[in-house]
Design a protein around this ligand. Structure first.
Ligand code: CTP
Length: 399
């Protein structure tokens, strides 16, 4: 997808420099040629050898190194790049860019660059909100420099706030969009399930669960934002259907099973965010069950496992499951993913504050079939959904 595209990555000195290694790895998997320029401070966080090994290309750190060929390196690098990315971009490098200071190799290359420039700021929240930094960012924006993030969340200094570097997948996808000019999910058909199913006992009662449907609805919205054609199979929720999304309402696990199986063949991606009841009452009582003084025993019978059935049936589709766990979220999640043949499983420990049912935030990990795992900090459910969309887009490209 990025074959023949030349990306110049500038790495300045922040702890997020370690995450830039993953950006290089992702872009290289897509075929890009990457040159890396590191500031002296950046080399204190990550070694040039790390970037050289991952990029399989040169890493520049010194202005006055003995040249290997007779050209002026900072000018050639600046001219050759199709796009320049600075990640992490510290408050210092942003200030230098804004003022046109060229006192080391990276700042000199940036001053000479004529190609589009992206910056992914990364700094402590007080530094980010300082009027000097805000003014520098404004100057850069007006000059056409594109900003990626920063995100809000846990910071290396132990506090929380704005200034965290955006996740590598998001940064890599911004560049993919720059090169392809296409929306991330254009032409993709996506089926999302959401909400908690209800299993009727009698005409006035049901067995249900605490799912609010917020996560699934956020997933549907994020796919629609990214240009996909979205169908939402929704069990009972108290939420408005996101604009542009086609919704099919269901009540029980069996109804959801039938709707999902019917639509599956035409889909490219299926995300099962619904909390599906594993059991339903063995017998539906046609009349209201009357109160008695003895114990009442209910007999339950298993519902179909929708994700398992999809996993057995899938051809080209990417299948994503969710799992809310109360202990060993990752271990249980990995096992579930393999058993159900999902490509990604999103797990969260619902006992942790800020994660789980009814909240607007979530703390999740993405587990992948190849054993990879990404732990995200606490973020809004919509942001989790947007991260998921990007991960799926990336998976589709490298699959
Ligand atoms: N799921 C499903 N059909 C079911 C049960 C679950 O499609 N009958 C899906 C959920 O939508 C979710 C994933 O499977 O994407 C994991 O759900 P979970 O309830 O955690 O899995 P279970 O296999 O039911 O495991 P547990 O024993 O922990 O309930």
């Amino acid at each position: 997808m990025l074959k023949g595209k030349r990306i110049l990555l500038g790495v300045s000195g922040g702890i997020a420099a370690y995450k830039s290694v993953e950006i290089v790895s992702r872009l290289r998997k897509l075929g890009a040629d990457i040159n890396v320029v590191m500031t002296q401070s950046a080399t204190k966080f990550v070694t040039p050898l790390t970037f050289r090994s991952i990029s399989a290309g040169p890493v520049y750190t010194q202005m006055f190194d003995e040249p290997k060929s007779w050209n002026i390196k900072h000018i050639v690098l600046a001219e050759q790049a199709d796009v320049v990315l600075v990640a992490p971009a510290t408050a210092n490098i942003l200030a230098k860019m804004a003022l046109g200071i060229a006192d080391d190799f990276l700042s000199t290359v940036l001053l000479a660059a004529r190609s589009p420039i992206y910056v992914a700021p990364a700094m402590n929240h007080a530094m980010y909100h300082h009027p000097a930094t805000q003014k520098n960012l404004k100057i850069l924006r007006e000059r056409g420099v594109a900003l990626i993030g920063p995100a809000n969340g846990f910071q290396a200094c132990g506090t929380e706030g704005d200034g965290r570097m955006s996740e590598p997948v998001q940064i890599a996808e911004e560049l993919v969009q720059f090169f392809t000019g296409k929306q991330l999910m254009e032409g993709q058909k996506v089926l999302v399930t959401a909400g908690g199913t209800r299993e009727p006992l009698d005409p006035v009662r049901y067995i249900g669960n605490f799912s609010s449907g917020k996560m699934g609805y956020a997933v549907a919205r994020a796919f629609h934002e990214a240009g996909a054609e979205v169908t939402l199979v929704s069990a009972s929720v108290d939420l408005p259907v996101p604009a542009g999304v086609q919704a099919i309402k269901v009540l029980t696990a069996e109804e959801m099973y039938h709707e999902v199986m019917k639509a599956f063949d035409g889909q490219d991606i299926v995300v099962k965010a619904a909390a599906v009841a594993d059991y339903r009452p063995a017998v539906f009582q046609g009349q209201k069950i009357k109160k008695k003084s003895q114990n009442l025993n209910l007999e339950l019978t298993p519902n179909p496992d929708i994700l398992l059935s999809l996993g057995q049936k899938k051809k080209h589709q990417i299948l994503v499951g969710f799992a809310a766990e109360t202990h060993d979220a990752v271990g249980n999640g990995m096992e579930k993913m393999r058993k159900k043949n999902a490509d990604i499983l999103v797990v969260n420990d619902v006992t942790v504050p800020g994660a789980g049912f009814g909240t607007d935030t979530n703390i999740v990990s993405f587990l992948f079939l190849d054993g990879r795992r990404i732990d995200l900090p606490m973020m809004s459910k919509l942001d989790v959904a947007r991260e998921l969309v990007k991960e799926i887009a990336f998976l589709k490209k490298v699959k």
